[in-house]
Write a protein that binds this ligand. Structure first.
Ligand code: UDP
Length: 325
């Protein structure tokens, strides 16, 4: 099946493209390279440099390449930034998604996988969080994903557009050739590994007075390879109907545990200092992934944070400056 992947030069998008290409699927990557890297796109994929804000550009890509499905990763993804500049999120994320969806409807493309987020669940009543949890977006970022989920609901009813919304918890780790290279880097695991590589002096722990086993925030880290596998399974299931899945391992690790594990994996004492809490961080976020396991037979290969950190460490050592510019 020919698949157009928006944001396919980014961290998660490129890991999914890698798996699609390995499976022999024809892939077209549509990316404006604002955050992604040209070098992250496998040579087997067609690359179109384009911006979803430009309706003509996505129209042209769909007319020329005629994909049967779309995977939509291209997005701004930072909770903190969205609290500073909500219009980039409830503005651009939503309007760019709308441009893509309108173009898909006009070109008769009726399958889509949407990258969604655990930030839909700001006030969970139960932990781990399953798909029946009440949706309370935690930021304009989460709200933008929720709006896109709701629009897809109507496009399914009105046009028969089949969708899967995958709510990622904490994506982390690397494939053998693709990893995390953000500018600036704000995510815990790559920051910790930058300390181990001597590229940063220390990591700041954002709060140690949370109600968790060691006082630091607890998160459900999911290997990017396992996330990629979930996308491929979800795509294969779309003809059976639209769906939503929460994606994590069902087990959480604290910030301190991540730092300690990274110290073991890298053989370096990672310097950490407790700082203030970061606005918007819930104490605990863990996914119940029973639904996707049961319905699609998804089984994570790397459920433990140690294996996730090991893979990221291999990639960072092999690519100390990230992707070639
Ligand atoms: N975190 C931290 N120091 C950092 C970056 C992150 O203590 O320099 C914490 C953060 O508060 C959260 C966890 O690490 O509890 C994971 O944060 P990340 O930004 O990687 O992912 P998020 O949970 O925001 O999606």
């Amino acid at each position: 099946m020919k698949i157009l992947v928006t944001g396919g030069a980014g961290y998660i998008g490129s890991a999914v493209v890698e798996q699609l290409v390995d499976n022999g699927e024809p892939v077209v990557v549509f990316d404006n390279l604002s955050q992604g890297h040209r070098a992250a796109v496998p040579p087997e994929a067609i690359f179109v440099e384009g911006d979803l804000a430009d309706r003509k550009a996505i129209d042209a890509a769909l007319s020329q390449h005629r994909p049967e499905a779309v995977m939509h990763f291209a997005s701004r993804t930072l909770v903190g930034e969205s609290m500073q500049n909500p219009f980039l999120y409830v503005g651009d994320n939503v309007s760019n998604g709308l441009n893509l969806f309108k173009s898909m409807v006009e070109h008769g493309v009726k399958r889509i996988i949407l990258s969604s987020t655990a930030n839909l669940f700001d006030e969970p009543e139960r932990m781990p969080i399953d798909e029946s949890e009440r949706i309370v977006p935690g930021s304009p970022y989460g709200e933008s994903k929720f709006i896109l989920e709701r629009i897809l609901h109507w496009l399914d009813r009105i046009y028969g557009m089949r969708f899967a919304c995958l709510r990622y918890f904490n994506a982390a780790g690397a494939t053998l050739t693709r990893g995390e290279d953000h500018h600036p880097e704000l995510h815990l695991i790559p920051i910790v590994l930058q300390v181990a590589m001597g590229k940063r002096e220390k990591v700041s722990i954002f709060g140690s007075d949370y109600p968790t086993r060691d006082g630091t925030c607890l998160r459900d880290y999911i290997h990017v390879v396992d996330l990629a596998q979930a996308h491929i399974l979800a795509l294969g299931a779309l003809d059976g109907g639209s769906r939503f899945y929460n994606l994590g391992n069902g087990e959480g690790f604290t910030v301190k545990e991540v730092i300690d594990t990274a110290s073991e994996v890298t053989g370096t004492k990672i310097r950490a200092e407790v700082g203030p809490r970061r606005a918007g961080d819930p104490a605990v976020l863990v996914a119940a992934s029973g639904k996707i396991r049961k319905e699609l037979g998804w089984v994570p290969q790397y459920p433990h944070v140690r294996a996730i950190i090991e893979s990221a460490w291999r990639w960072h050592q092999a690519n100390p400056d990230g992707y070639a510019k």
